[in-house]
Design a protein around this ligand. Structure first.
Ligand code: KG4
Ligand code: ZN
Length: 347
């Protein structure tokens, strides 16, 4: 089954074609991504209306380009998948409108994909041998969640952030120290030049049982440290390193607890912060110490992309799921409400 995937939930227009006749990553026949970073940079964050308008401009050319790269025409598609939520309502509507219209014109099925399920399943695209049960750490700009995955499509929330998401904490901390938007990856790069231990921040909510997170206090600690410092380049790098170590430690401590709670040793990590090198190394080490395994998508598949939507949509379409023809989006959407599916049907 050849599925066109469309991602427009925030500030990236992502398009991909996934063909389930090929195993794993080979099924990814083509993909294209257009990032709106430059468009939003002068505002220091995503401006929803500008995001929607830019998706309108970029989506159709990207679909043409992707199909061309895959050596296909629209007539070769067997289905269309699009991000139906969570995300910015206007941005989501652009992808949903195009996807549903295309599917209707082709008389092919379309499916609205949950953006976080797209992230969660991305590691499986490259590791098709991975089978539940496992624990998923979803760390993006909008979410920080630990999820017990009993079966593909059956998700139980174990813990989540009570305030800022991990990516949001990276972005806000970077902004406070004068780094340009989006600061997360830049802060991580800066931390590489920092001295470990020069600044030590707390590991929030690790001193009590539970699997929830809180990152907003950490941001305040960094602000106070930064204001009280000489604000030199080296100090900025040292603070960045202290912040990154605190976030990585906190995530690792909770991942270990979640694996214990779920009684398994397989951890999958997805979402933009999953591209963080130090987090990847730390979690890989944790899993191997337990005799288990940690799986991450390649960094480009951690951040928003069309491939994860094409892949998750292909699994659901193969399982016989499809929506009605209505163009409907869910800016807020609980993953636990998703119907389960039988992944044995893949291939
Ligand atoms: O999944 P994603 O692309 O978009 C959302 O769905 O939110 O995640 C974006 C987030 C941003 O907050 C960004 O700063 C963060 O992921 N991020 C990183 C890194 N790369 C992206 N955070 C830390 N280290 C990185 N290398
Ligand atoms: Zn995302």
């Amino acid at each position: 089954m050849r599925v066109l995937g469309i991602e427009t939930s925030c500030d990236e227009t992502g398009v991909a074609v996934y063909d389930t006749a090929f195993p794993g990553a080979e099924g990814l026949r083509a993909q294209a991504l257009y990032s709106q970073i430059a468009l939003h940079a002068e505002y220091g964050g995503v401006v929803p209306e500008l995001a929607s308008r830019d998706h309108v401009r970029k989506l159709l050319p990207l679909i043409r380009q992707t199909l061309g790269d895959a050596g296909m025409g629209v007539g070769d598609l067997d289905g269309v998948a699009y991000t139906a939520g969570p995300g910015l309502v206007g941005a989501l509507l652009v992808g949903a409108g195009v996807a549903r219209s295309l599917a209707w014109a082709l008389d092919k099925p379309a499916i609205g994909v949950h953006h976080m399920e797209g992230h969660l399943l991305a590691p499986l695209l490259e590791a098709p041998d991975l089978v539940p049960p496992f624990v998923a750490l979803l760390v993006s700009g909008g979410h920080t969640q630990l999820i017990a995955v009993e079966a593909i499509g059956a998700y139980q929330l174990l813990g989540e952030t009570l305030d800022d998401a991990a990516g949001e904490a990276f972005d806000k901390t970077a902004k406070m120290m004068g780094l340009p938007y989006p600061g997360g990856p830049q802060l991580a790069a800066l931390a590489e030049q920092g001295t470990a231990g020069a600044y030590r921040f707390s590991r929030p909510m690790t001193d009590r049982p539970g699997l929830d997170f809180s990152f907003s206090g950490l941001k305040t600690q960094v602000l106070l440290a930064w204001r009280g410092s000489d604000q030199s380049a080296q100090t900025r790098a040292d603070i960045a390193r202290g912040f990154e170590d605190a976030v990585v430690d906190t995530l690792a401590i909770k991942c270990e607890r979640a694996l214990d709670a779920a009684g398994c040793d397989t951890l999958i990590v997805a979402g933009g912060v999953g591209a963080n090198t130090r987090l990847r190394a730390r979690l890989a080490q944790l899993a191997s110490r337990r005799g288990g395994r940690a799986c991450f998508p390649r960094p480009a598949l951690c951040t928003d992309n069309g491939a994860m939507i094409a892949f998750a949509g292909a699994l659901r379409l193969l399982a016989g799921q499809r929506g009605d023809d209505a163009i409907r989006v869910m800016p807020r959407w609980d993953m636990a409400s998703l119907p389960s599916m039988d992944v044995a049907m893949v291939g």
